[in-house]
Design a protein around this ligand. Structure first.
Ligand code: NAI
Length: 336
């Protein structure tokens, strides 16, 4: 069976996921496209999905009888209504992060899915599908003993002036927030944010770098350095310290060169290159589960937990280093 998918939002990631479905992965086909920028949808159809039908609105696409599953890749603020409409139609939906721009919005999606009684939503937290993180999780669960500490860093070469301090959480650290809950099989109880002096390359509306310290229910302390104007490259670091030993996220594969009396290897500069393979695996997972009418992987509950944690981290950015509590209500049985 070929799963018939409709894509809402044909910008950068919507176009890339369409290419994946049409050219890389098996078992699915893009049959419908919608974007408020009609020219963008037309271009994606012409370039990648000539048989797809264009819809004026995302709602019309979701309701279309030929659409069996939905990809929501429009701007973040539009995700919630589209995901709710897909749940109401009983159609599996892959939603790029964020699930919603507020914790309340994410909670409405959780409640709708719980009422529906079956998982339909997968959130685009693709790091869980990265081979390096999968190997790290295996090491943490099987070799290094119960985790005690996590040291992590998320560094980007540069960001534009429009990038302001809260975006370090909402746009950048959101991936760490999700992946550490999954990696440690744990939940957060508090967040603190500490700032060193501002880096010379930072902007007037950006504190950069910053260090977020998360504490978990099981007592693990996680420090995450976010440094989005580090200049030298896109660099994701993670080391877990356990009772028996430590485990470190593998570096991306690179050729080790000996040149001019130096050892050299390339550091990536674009995040798209760092996690390119994981996007393929996450969508493959979506296609497999959606073909059976359901969803797997990062859930609406995970999207909600990420939203609650993000809000606490943003509050902690303005709390002079004080801890901000993170409280989740009981997890519905659907997400056990
Ligand atoms: P983009 O700006 O390139 O594309 C978004 C598209 O959505 C635009 O073509 C825009 O016209 C369209 N759009 C806006 N409102 C709409 C509406 N109401 N209905 C239909 N279409 C609408 O943005 P980009 O970079 O593709 O990001 C899209 C989403 O994907 C964001 O939420 C972003 O956070 C997420 N994302 C996730 C990544 C990940 O690593 N998982 C990576 C990049 C983006």
């Amino acid at each position: 069976m070929t799963l018939k998918i409709g894509v809402i939002g044909t910008g950068m990631i919507g176009r890339d996921h369409t290419r994946r479905i049409q050219q890389v992965l098996a078992g699915a086909e893009v049959v419908a496209l919608s974007d408020v920028n009609v020219a963008s949808a037309e271009t994606v159809r012409k370039d990648l999905a000539p048989n797809a039908k264009l819809y004026d609105t995302g709602e019309a696409l979701i309701a279309a009888p030929e659409v069996q599953a939905v990809l929501v890749t429009s701007w973040g603020a539009t995700h919630e209504p589209y995901v709710l409409a897909a749940i109401a139609a009983g159609k599996p939906v892959f939603c790029e992060k964020p699930l919603a721009t507020t914790a309340e919005g994410a909670r409405r999606i959780v409640d709708a899915e719980v009422r529906f009684g079956k998982r339909l939503v997968q959130v685009g937290f693709m790091r869980r599908y990265d081979a390096g993180y999968v190997a790290l999780k295996h090491a943490v669960e099987n070799h290094t003993g119960a985790p005690i500490l996590v040291h992590a860093a998320h560094r980007n070469p540069a960001v534009p002036e429009a990038y302001v301090t809260p975006m370090a959480i909402h746009d950048t650290m959101i991936h760490e927030i999700d992946v550490f809950r999954w990696l440690l099989n744990d939940d957060y109880v508090s967040a603190r944010v500490l700032y060193p002096r501002n880096a010379a390359r930072s902007h007037t509306k950006l504190r950069d770098p910053q260090v977020v310290v998360l504490e978990t229910k099981k007592g693990v302390l996680i420090d995450v350095e976010i440094f989005v104007n580090c200049a030298y490259g896109y660099d994701i670091q993670c080391e877990v310290v356990g009772e028996e030993g430590t485990a470190r996220l593998p570096e991306p594969m690179t050729v080790d060169m000996r040149l001019g009396a130096k050892r050299q290897s390339t550091i990536l500069t674009d995040w798209k290159d760092r996690f390119v393979a994981s996007y393929d695996v996450e969508l493959n997972d979506f296609i497999a589960a959606a073909s059976k009418g359901g969803a797997t992987g990062p859930s609406a509950w995970d999207g909600y937990a990420a939203a609650v944690t993000s809000d606490a981290c943003v509050q902690a950015q303005e709390s002079n280093g004080q801890a901000v509590a993170i409280e989740l209500p009981p997890r519905p049985a659907l997400y056990a």
